[in-house]
Design a protein. Structure first.
Length: 75
């Protein structure tokens, strides 16, 4: 399972995909760590997010606290 996060100042476009590429869930959520953690809850997703606004803070929350594997993407 993969989660792609497109970070904006106020919102995040979050997409959850299976390994075969089928989209399981797609939402526009608040740019807050707890909102993304709710989106990821129950998955073992590898997370890909751009290194934009708020990247470091979210990386630390997801990787260090919740042990998600985080990969940095660039646009």
């Amino acid at each position: 399972m993969y989660a792609a996060l497109d970070l904006g100042q106020r919102t995040i476009r979050a997409v959850l995909k299976r390994q075969d590429g089928k989209i399981v869930n797609e939402l526009k959520i608040k740019n807050q760590a707890d909102a993304v953690l709710r989106f990821l809850k129950g998955t073992d997703a590898n997370v890909v997010m751009e290194s934009g606004y708020n990247y470091l803070y979210l990386y630390l929350v997801y990787h260090k606290t919740r042990h998600y594997d985080i990969y940095q993407g660039t646009v």
